[in-house]
Ligand binder design. Structure first.
Ligand SMILES: C=C(O[C@H]1C=CC=C(C(=O)O)[C@@H]1O)C(=O)O
Length: 420
């Protein structure tokens, strides 16, 4: 059974409501988040602050041991926590944060407390001595203690355009059908970024994104607002994934009036086909396919198809774990077929992607593992912020247009951090 729907979007209304509510708690939440970040840095703890798409709650998860490197893993074997997985495990390592401290702030709370401990709804409360350390932590983060990695200069437009043109040639000679070259943009900072404020602003501006701010001495400081779910696995209920691609700037037009070119439709269809091929590999035929439909991701629009499987009815409890291994890296961030596209990227990209276009998110929390492709993200280091972005290339791509697209994607967060 394979059902297809074309859905109109009610997301906008929900999002507006969430935005109005966030404004009420801004100053308090900002201050609490900043203290947590300084605490994590000072005491070598690992910290994940995140807000799930269209949710009114900020989640905070802290591992006092600083997180663990893990090797190849099965999702079902991990303990409750937060996972950070790089694009390539050959150059960076997988890190798991254990949910030792776990709390949330409801953004709809109209009268948040100034007292840090009282303002969180704790699922795992910090001990009294840890609470005291958090309360006494500095409210501004010490960027000078962050490693200067990556000390990389921004990708030049001419180099990116050359790389895209090489990619187009290889598509024409049938090496692969699609590839997603990425670039970096390194912006100098004065180490005066208010991280808590940036996080709350991103929640406000991008209500349907997975907004995340993670810190550990193993991974560094990463900030992101991803529009893309890699897997959403609710134990005993459902498994979801999505095919997201095609990018255009949001305009005056309504979603219903938005049109897409053949190139963008094809680019997104490759990902849907990739996902269906993964289902085929495990002989799974019962899934719902919803879309493609146009969605907002901040100032950008994308095409999205959602795939949903009722894990109980197909009697496949470990589907999330199996699909995770098959899906990453999807052709939204790598290309199709996977191997030749990956070889091209390894040879042509001059930077390591680190955690960009890897995946991250909460695992086994309230029966939910929700991992997102790490897009629209940046790594913050001492006196610099490195933004990452890629663009899907097909035979009909125009190299200059793809460069412009990566510029727009970098702006998602550079706007929040630097106002540019
Ligand atoms: C690789 C990125 O986006 C992917 C997800 C949505 C749209 C994309 C595109 O239109 O190229 C990319 O496949 C990125 O944001 O860096």
């Amino acid at each position: 059974m394979c059902k297809s729907y074309y859905n109109g979007s009610s997301e906008e209304i929900i999002l507006e409501k969430a935005t109005q509510n966030i404004i009420n708690i801004q100053p308090t939440a900002e201050a609490h988040l900043n203290k947590f970040l300084s605490f994590a840095q000072q005491y070598n703890a690992a910290l994940a602050i995140y807000r799930l798409p269209n949710d009114s709650k900020l989640q905070i998860l802290c591992d006092l041991s600083g997180g663990q490197y893990i090797e190849d893993f099965n999702l079902e074997d991990l303990s409750s926590g937060f996972l950070l997985h790089p694009f390539q495990t050959s150059s960076d390592r997988i890190v798991h944060f254990d949910a030792e401290i776990l709390g949330e702030i409801d953004l709809e709370d109209k009268a948040p407390s100034n007292d840090l401990t009282e303002s969180f709804d704790w699922k795992k409360i910090p001990s009294d001595s840890i609470q005291e350390k958090i309360e006494n932590s500095n409210s501004s983060f010490d960027f000078t203690h962050l490693k200067n990695y990556p000390q990389l200069s921004s990708t030049l437009a001419s180099d990116y355009i050359d790389m895209v043109e090489k990619g187009i040639q290889l598509i024409k000679s049938e090496e692969f059908y699609k590839v997603v070259p990425s670039k970096i943009k390194n912006i100098r900072s004065n180490n005066d970024i208010n991280l808590g404020q940036a996080f709350v602003k991103a929640c406000e501006k991008y209500p349907n994104a997975f907004v995340n701010l993670t810190y550990s001495s193993k991974t560094g400081l990463w900030f992101g607002a991803s529009p893309e779910t890699l897997i959403e696995d609710k134990k005993g209920e459902y498994f979801k994934t999505m095919a997201l691609a095609g990018t255009q700037a949001k305009s005056e037009k309504s979603i219903a009036e938005t049109t897409w070119t053949q190139k963008e439709i094809e680019e997104q269809a490759y990902i849907s086909r990739y996902i269906i091929n993964c289902f085929k590999k495990i002989r799974l035929r019962e899934f719902d396919e919803i879309g493609p439909k146009t969605i907002h991701a901040g100032n950008l629009l994308h095409l999205k198809t959602t795939f949903k499987v009722h894990t109980e009815s197909v009697n496949f409890p470990e589907l999330g774990s199996v699909m995770l291994k098959l899906l990453h890296p999807t052709s939204a961030v790598c290309g199709m077929p996977k191997e030749p596209a990956l070889n091209f990227l390894s040879k042509e990209e001059k930077h390591s992607r680190g955690y960009f276009s890897g995946f991250m998110g909460p695992v086994h929390l309230d029966g939910l593992s929700h991992l997102f492709v790490n897009l629209r993200c940046c790594q913050i280091s001492n006196q610099s912020v490195v933004f990452y972005a890629g663009a899907g290339i097909t035979e009909d791509s125009k190299a200059e247009k793809e460069w412009e697209e990566t510029e727009m994607k970098c702006k998602v967060l550079s706007n929040i951090i630097f106002g540019i």
